[in-house]
Ligand binder design. Structure first.
Ligand code: FPP
Length: 265
């Protein structure tokens, strides 16, 4: 379904991340199985991805399955894994034609083989996309990602391959599974809860947060456009005063930016 792109006057966030919460409650409120809520959630994913790409968002990151979600009933986990396979198979042509490159953060190797292969195929199939990067967070935990990076650096430091004084914020970020993503600009959560639930902890340091009372299956293209408009009206100060922002003074530091940053030697 085609929507008119937003006007150029809006400040479009470069990186939007979404915690897609409320599938289960949406289903339960309709006397449906929770898995039917996830299926409806997958429809909202398709529309949101297309809307983001058509409106100039360069990076969209979706919390599709957290490291903590393995604790859910087996039937629900299996249904989510099947939905991912369906998405990977049915949407790949559309994603490629929209110029969308698919990327994954988290522990892809933890996924069942069939799901992992379908997602890996999708990554390969869309590798040339240059309009938007769609990142699926799968078996992802923000703390876990930070700890893994710290451990990898400790191993390299012990081997004498890295000096402790070389480790700064961007150096550290290059060890994380989010290394190819810039800082999050806008973090949206549906479902009425006001927490970040271990999502992109390092990368959302200066993100604008938008919490919505609606359930994820109720998220439609206009909801994304409204959230972008809300973002557009906020003043991002990055530690500066409002007067400095108005004068156009630069922040004392740059947010993580793997695109503009020189690669590690
Ligand atoms: C949280 O809602 C949502 C999830 C744990 C899974 C999100 C999955 C999808 C939106 C569909 C599949 C994804 C893709 C990319 C095709 P919840 O179940 O915790 O809801 P509740 O809080 O109401 O119980």
């Amino acid at each position: 379904m085609k929507k008119k792109p937003m006007t150029n006057k809006l400040n479009i966030p470069r990186h939007v991340a979404i915690i897609m919460d409320g599938n289960g409650r949406w289903a339960e409120a309709r006397n449906l199985e929770r898995v039917e809520g996830h299926a409806e959630g997958a429809r909202a994913v398709r529309e949101t991805v297309e809307t983001a790409a058509r409106n100039g968002i360069e990076y969209l990151t979706l919390y599709a399955f957290s490291a903590a979600n393995w604790a859910r009933p087996r039937r629900e986990v299996e249904a989510l894994m099947r939905l991912l396979v369906d998405f990977a198979k049915k949407e790949r042509s559309e994603l490629r034609s929209l110029g969308i490159r698919v990327n994954v953060i988290g522990q892809l190797e933890e996924l069942p083989t069939g799901t992992r292969h379908a997602v890996e195929d999708l990554i390969r199939y869309t590798a040339d996309g240059s309009k938007m990067t769609l990142t699926l967070a799968l078996s992802y935990g923000g703390r876990q990602d930070i700890v893994e990076a710290a451990r990898a650096l400790a191993v390299r430091a012990r081997a004498g391959l890295v000096l402790p004084e070389e480790i700064d914020e961007s150096f550290f970020h290059r060890e994380m599974t989010t290394r190819s993503l810039p800082d999050v600009d806008l973090l949206i959560r549906t479902g009425g809860e006001t927490r970040v639930s271990d999502f992109l902890l390092y990368e959302s340091a200066y993100a604008e947060l938008v919490f919505l009372p609606i359930m994820w299956p109720e998220f439609v293209p206009q909801t994304l456009l409204d959230a972008v408009e809300l973002y557009s009206r906020r003043e991002r100060r990055f530690g500066r005063t409002s007067a400095q922002v108005v004068r156009g003074e630069h922040a004392a530091f740059d947010p993580l930016d793997p695109v503009r940053e020189a690669p590690a030697p």
